[in-house]
Design a protein around this ligand. Structure first.
Ligand SMILES: [Zn+2]
Length: 317
């Protein structure tokens, strides 16, 4: 096992309203009454504090319209976490937007965090939906890295699974990226600005680091709690050992709902799926989260992605 390979622990703070939207459910007051924030963020923070884990929270700008969520975010900032930009409205299908629409999502999301004193330098598109216009916009906004790309061919399968869970097909979205992203590198790289999945080969002047989201070996499913929650400690340890032997830095992606009690139905109002933690209690999730971050820190040297990206850009010269 090599502790020298960097690993990144990042949380997308999707409010319950945003999670429900992913599955085609109405907000129903979950923007203001949002357990993903009151419970999920607090539990993840607690797990990171207890395990001494360097983590980043990616914040949706719209949530900063609420006092309580602003206070919670300020607390994360004061605790020393990296804060990243997850767009302003959590627009699923960001690349379906006009270039102006993409710019708005990114700059308004940025401003919401800057007003709290944060200096986000990393971005993740909702639903892993990134293209060259997103990258160019991030460069224009002075960002050091993007962490939206899911290097997998499994996109269509993941979309189908989501539709199955949602019980309906939700069109006009581009979640889980393009099939061609399966050919993208699985380590941080500096992409061509006009072809996201390809590493840059000539010295372009404007640059940004792409930190792809971690994927499991073989099936290349996203390295998220949905994949890891059902596993035993031994299996998780084995998985991280295999991944660290490939000597590629890995991004472990968590979500606020991974710290949120789902023993009552909150995403689906009835007929909850048995998979992906949709029926797990807060206590059960806390136990698994702790195990997952402990094992991740055993396989990788957990590092801040903003510092990693800055160093990578500096060494390129
Ligand atoms: Zn999200």
């Amino acid at each position: 096992m090599s502790a020298a390979i960097p690993g990144f622990v990042q949380v997308d703070v999707d409010g319950l309203w945003a999670v429900r939207e992913c599955y085609g459910r109405a907000e129903n007051g979950t923007f203001t009454n949002d357990p993903c924030w009151t419970e999920g963020v607090a539990r993840l923070d607690d797990v990171f504090q207890r395990t001494g884990t360097e983590a980043a929270f990616f914040i949706v700008g719209r949530d900063m319209e609420l006092d309580a969520k602003r206070r919670a975010t300020r607390k994360l900032l004061h605790r020393g976490y990296e804060l990243g930009n997850h767009g302003y409205t959590h627009r699923l299908g960001l690349t379906l937007e006009t270039t102006g629409g993409i710019l708005r999502e990114i700059t308004q999301g940025h401003r919401a965090l800057a007003q709290l004193g944060a200096k986000p330098s990393g971005f993740r598109a909702p639903g892993y939906d990134v293209d060259s216009r997103v990258l160019k916009t991030l460069v224009r906004c002075g960002y050091d890295y993007d962490a939206s790309l899911l290097p997998t061919y499994a996109g269509p399968l993941l979309r189908a699974t989501q539709a199955l869970l949602a019980g309906k097909w939700i069109g006009r979205r581009r979640q889980y990226g393009r099939i061609s992203f399966g050919r993208a590198p699985r380590r941080p790289y500096i992409p061509r600005l006009y072809k996201v999945r390809k590493p840059r080969f000539e010295k372009e002047e404007k640059r940004i680091v792409e930190i792809p989201v971690g994927v499991t070996p073989v099936l290349k499913l996203p390295l998220t709690a949905s994949a890891l929650f059902p596993m035993s400690r031994d299996r998780v340890r084995d998985l991280f050992r295999k991944m660290s032997e490939q000597r590629r830095p890995v991004l472990l992606l968590l979500h606020a709902i991974d710290g949120t009690d789902c023993s009552r139905p909150i995403v689906f109002d009835s007929k909850r799926p048995r998979v992906a933690g949709f029926r797990m209690s807060g206590d059960a999730k806390e136990k698994q989260l702790r195990m997952i971050v402990e094992e991740f820190a055993g396989g990788f040297a957990v590092t801040r992605a903003d510092e990693f990206a800055r160093q990578m850009l500096a060494h390129e010269h």
